[in-house]
Design a protein around this ligand. Structure first.
Ligand code: DAH
Length: 428
């Protein structure tokens, strides 16, 4: 069921490009198990990235950062010399809509559920958009401290920091009243009476006592500040920003100062009590967070392009063959091959909806990792016909060789053909 345009590869000269793309022959038989429906929008290109487990690969920068973070938790939280946090790092990425959204109280009209933002297998299943999707199932096993690590999938724009697959670590830590002060029988984590569901925002949830929330906030923030320092060094500058997640309240983001810019690195908060209640946990309060491994790894090693994480080039991977995973290394560009730019202009279909993310996915599905960036450079509404036209600039660059204009033209033509057929646009 390989739908990819292998025929156009035949026209290419013998090259690493062909070898690279031919790997797409490895397909997953997802649709033997799942029925397609009007929600199905997962692409071959994205399926090809499943089960690669970069976060577990020896000497891979994502794996090194994962190990450093797990080590930090194992060192920071110990009981009788044993690490407290359990680690789940091999959970398969296909989850239900309930796991990814409903169980986490994501409202039914929340934009993160949109077809244009997620890779749906069908109405009921999708590729997890965050590792938090497994939180409920693990809570139900009765664990109090755990890390969930793996690949997550989101439809997004195309540039050097966005890729449809990336990796996250999520964490949960629960405490009962005895865990706060073992010698104090009177410490309360719950208010005697509460008005059940909470209001949005930074206020504490009504069911919690202010003391319990403040102590949890302090432990959460100092744990994450300690993590940032253990990765980036004692001098790292950071700031806390109030935010909102459907599954925590209050909620914060941790930003670090990198190259003079504040970069959001993680989201966290005090877990919504109703999630714990649904999991059968009635006597504990929890904190949780989720962070992206690519973002941290790119800052730490100065990796300039997110596509590099998928490189099989030894020039990239050998640089992370470290004797000591805590070494402070800086990635050195193997070489920068030149870019090729091609523009594409088309009239949007009049009888069909058009989303830029559909276009980006199609470009990526045909061009794969040759695509460095796609930018909307011009929008135009015809004064008479009111037809809308978009012009996108596609920047092609191979990570390991110089692309010729001829090679790029073949891919570009294939993109034109595919968008005409699949998105119903009219090329100008
Ligand atoms: N799932 C969130 C995301 O992908 C990150 C996150 C925020 C995870 C708060 C959590 C949390 O567990 O408590 O953006």
């Amino acid at each position: 069921m390989l739908k990819l345009p292998i025929h156009y590869l035949k026209k290419l000269p013998k090259s690493s490009l062909r070898n690279y793309c031919a790997e797409l022959g490895v397909q997953h038989n997802i649709f033997n198990r799942f029925k397609k429906d009007d929600y199905t929008n997962i692409t071959d290109r994205v399926m090809y990235h499943m089960n690669k487990n970069l976060h577990l690969k020896n000497n891979h920068p994502l794996s090194i950062v994962r190990q450093r973070i797990v080590n930090y938790f194992n060192k920071t939280f110990v009981i009788r010399n044993n690490p407290v946090f359990s680690v789940y790092d091999q959970l398969p990425p296909i989850v239900t809509v309930d796991q990814n959204f409903d169980s986490l109280l994501v409202p039914t009209n929340h934009p993160s559920r949109n077809k244009s933002d997620c890779y749906y297998i069908n109405r009921n299943y999708l590729l997890r958009a965050h590792m938090t999707a497994h939180q409920m199932d693990i809570l139900k096993t009765g664990l109090n401290n755990f890390l969930i690590i793996g690949d997550v999938y989101r439809r997004d724009e195309i540039d050097k920091t966005h890729y449809p697959v990336f990796h996250q670590i999520d964490a949960v830590r629960l405490k009962d009243s005895k865990d706060f002060f073992p010698d104090n029988d009177h410490f309360q984590i719950f208010e005697a009476s509460d008005d059940a569901e909470s209001i949005r925002g930074q206020e504490k949830q009504p069911c919690h006592t202010i003391e319990a929330v403040k102590i949890m906030e302090e432990e959460l923030k100092s744990t994450l500040e300690g993590l940032a320092k253990s990765l980036f060094g004692e001098k790292i500058e950071f700031q806390w920003v109030d935010t909102h997640f459907p599954f925590t309240q209050p909620s914060w983001e941790l930003e670090i100062l990198h190259n003079g810019q504040w970069l959001e690195t993680l989201g966290c908060g005090i877990m919504k009590q109703s999630i714990l209640t649904s999991a059968g946990v009635t006597d504990k309060i929890g904190w949780a967070f989720g962070l992206g491994l690519e973002r941290i790894s790119m800052c730490l090693y100065k990796i300039p392009d997110i596509r590099l994480f998928w490189s099989k080039d030894s020039g990239f991977l050998n640089q992370f063959d470290l004797d000591n995973i805590n070494s402070n290394i800086t990635y050195k560009a193997v070489s920068q091959f030149p870019q090729c730019k091609n523009d594409i202009s088309f009239w949007l279909p009049e009888s069909k909806e058009f989303s830029s993310n559909d276009f980006y996915d199609l470009v990526r599905n045909v061009g794969g990792d040759l695509i460095e960036q796609v930018k909307l450079v011009d929008k135009f509404v015809h004064p008479k016909s009111k037809k809308v036209s978009h012009c996108y600039r596609i920047i092609y660059r191979h990570m390991e060789k110089t692309l010729t204009q001829k090679e790029v033209n073949i891919v570009h033509k294939e993109i034109e053909k595919n968008i005409r057929n699949q998105l119903g646009v009219t090329i100008r």
